[in-house]
Design a protein around this ligand. Structure first.
Ligand code: NAD
Length: 254
């Protein structure tokens, strides 16, 4: 069964070889979608597209800094041109982090994290919404974090936690305002996942060790977050909006 036949999806932050964005792009393509992947890292996003290996009619790779509203509008216009005006799914996945104590975070650090992790979600969503509203359908998925719920600590400081909590609030506002236009908006709050997000070079095994105290006794895999994105993007989630899906192996239960 393919869940996204002929749908057009945009996924931000899909350059890193081990990342959630790339895993989601692969899964969406397997399920019949046409996918546009965006990233700040121009060389990385080209390489990512080459690794995935789908034809140019099914996979488009663009450089885009999600913190820049003009670049987001430009990228979404280019996607719409490529897809003949159709945008069905947006996965706001791009983010950065910084491990820092509350008193060490500078004004510049705070602005930098909020610009990508919160304004970036706003910028790309605002650019995509008109295309979805025009067709009366769409699904926006925003990757938040367990840090929004538990105060972080493993690799995100207070600024990261605040941005990711802000994402959950924004998702509810989008869900409320655009539900009548057929647009659903949901967040995913991953726990510890075996990507290289914090760029510490920490091994997957050491992440599994860190997760020993949690019910499922291991860190999550990027494909397990991608599966949540697929579910929320698809019609299987047709009556789900404004929610946050926890993918954390039981590390936090609401
Ligand atoms: P990742 O580093 O592989 O993915 C983030 C991507 O965003 C990178 O490719 C990076 O180049 C890109 N990016 C950074 N700044 C950008 C910008 N300004 N514009 C466009 N792209 C930009 O890490 P990941 O773990 O796959 O992270 C994906 C998402 O999952 C993030 O939103 C992150 O906050 C969230 N998350 C990750 C974990 C985890 O344990 N890995 C836990 C909770 C939440």
């Amino acid at each position: 069964m393919t869940l996204l036949e002929d749908r057009v999806a945009i996924i931000s932050g899909a350059a890193h070889p081990k990342g959630i964005g790339k895993a989601a792009a692969r899964l969406f393509l397997e399920h019949g979608a046409r996918v546009a992947i965006l990233d700040l890292d121009e060389e990385g996003i080209r390489q990512s597209a080459a690794d995935i290996g789908a034809p140019p009619s099914r996979l488009l790779a663009l450089r885009c800094d999600v913190g820049d509203a003009g670049q987001c509008r430009g990228a979404v216009r280019r996607v719409a041109k490529w897809s003949e005006g159709r945008i069905d799914v947006l996965v706001n996945n791009a983010a950065i982090t910084q491990k820092a104590g509350f008193r060490e975070i500078t004004e510049g650090d705070f602005d930098r994290i909020l610009r990508v992790n919160l304004s970036g979600v706003f910028n790309l969503s605002q650019a995509a919404v008109p295309y979805m509203a025009g067709r009366g359908a769409g699904s926006i998925i925003c990757i938040s974090s367990l840090s929004a719920q538990n105060g972080g600590g493993i690799f995100g400081g207070a600024h990261y936690c605040a941005a990711k909590a802000g994402v959950q609030g924004m998702v509810r506002a989008i869900a409320k305002e655009f539900g009548p236009c057929g647009i659903r908006a949901n967040a995913i709050a991953p726990g510890l996942i075996t990507t290289d997000f914090s760029r510490t070079g920490r091994s997957d095994e050491s992440k599994d060790e860190l997760a020993q105290a949690w019910p499922l006794r291991r860190a999550g895999r990027p494909q397990e977050v991608a599966s949540g994105c697929l579910f929320l993007a698809s019609d299987l989630a047709s009556y789900i909006t404004g929610t946050t899906l926890d993918i954390n192996g039981g590390a936090h239960m609401n």
